[in-house]
Design a protein around this ligand. Structure first.
Ligand code: IPD
Ligand code: CA
Ligand code: CA
Ligand code: CA
Length: 272
């Protein structure tokens, strides 16, 4: 019943609206500060975009708060400010206002707005907007995944020697294990866009320890609807709150990455 109110073009328009905010912020001088570590950056724009998304969603979807539902929001910057980050059964919007903040600070053109939606802890909707090139990725569970309206399909490659692997700078030691048998490895500094590249078939796999639910939620729907796999680094089902993810076009490539990661698998407690 709740889902009949969800309308992809509306959410897309919201992502686009925020993209304009991000694009104009790129040209302005940025107020940069750090959070947990000196390299964990945040700008005024991260806060402004998150506030804009939440207030716009509340305004556009007032019907999302009938008496029997407690509409919830999980956003990176609200969580950093102390709002409890907990996924419950209530319909929940999961928001990364600027994914790739370090790229944004440097005007490195890999920056996205990511909005996911879950009901009863099941991911239902994902929208990711590439702020620099205007590419819009959308998916709704059971209805396929699209890039600017064109249907997405993951890579069907099963041979690891032909696989392009995406990951993050924190995992260079793992690349020593993973990369020799693959074709090559790329790091783009935006987990949501890296995951979109898995959905579009531009790369075969992505993995990271330390991602938050706002990095994965929208992208997981998009990849699954494009025919791909999003699982835990141990090979089990994805737990959105576990901060561990392997995404791949085929189960064979996912299994290869999982196998390579086993000797170095981190538990949740090891993540900062
Ligand atoms: C970060 C980026 C980065 C990933 C980090 C994320 P943020 O998101 O997606 O690629 O390695 O784990 O936190 O902080 O720029 O939204
Ligand atoms: Ca951040
Ligand atoms: Ca992020
Ligand atoms: Ca962010």
């Amino acid at each position: 019943m709740f889902l009949i109110y969800i309308n992809n073009p509306c959410i897309a328009a919201l992502a686009a609206e925020n993209t304009i905010a991000v694009q104009s912020a790129v040209k302005q001088e940025k107020q940069v500060s750090s959070k947990s570590t000196p390299t964990d950056l945040v700008t005024e724009a991260d806060h402004q975009v998150e506030e804009l998304i939440i207030s716009t969603l509340r305004e556009k979807y007032p019907s999302h708060t009938p008496v029997d539902y407690n509409l919830r929001f999980i956003g990176e910057e609200s969580s950093a400010a102390g709002v409890k980050c907990e996924l419950r059964d209530d319909p929940t919007w999961i928001i990364d206002p600027i994914d790739g903040t370090c790229n944004f600070v440097h005007s490195f053109p890999m920056v996205a707005v990511s909005i996911g939606f879950a009901v009863k802890k099941e991911l239902e909707l994902g929208v990711i907007y590439h702020c620099f090139d205007g590419t819009l990725y959308t998916a709704r569970k059971g209805h396929g995944a699209f890039c600017n309206g064109v249907r997405l399909q993951v890579s069907k490659e099963k041979d690891v020697s032909k696989a392009l692997i995406l990951t993050e700078i924190a995992h260079l030691l793992m690349e020593v294990r993973i990369s020799p048998l693959t074709r090559s490895v790329r790091i783009i500094g935006s987990s949501t866009l890296a995951l979109c590249h898995i959905a579009s078939g531009a790369a075969e796999a992505y993995y990271q320890y330390g991602l938050h639910c706002w990095d994965i939620a929208a992208a997981a729907v998009i990849i699954r609807e494009a025919g791909g796999y999003v699982i835990d680094t141990t090979g089990g089902p994805l737990d959105l709150m576990s901060r561990r993810v392997v995404a791949a076009g085929t189960r064979q490539i996912a299994d290869y990455v999982v196998k390579q990661l086993q000797p170095i698998n981190y538990g949740r407690d090891d993540l900062t």
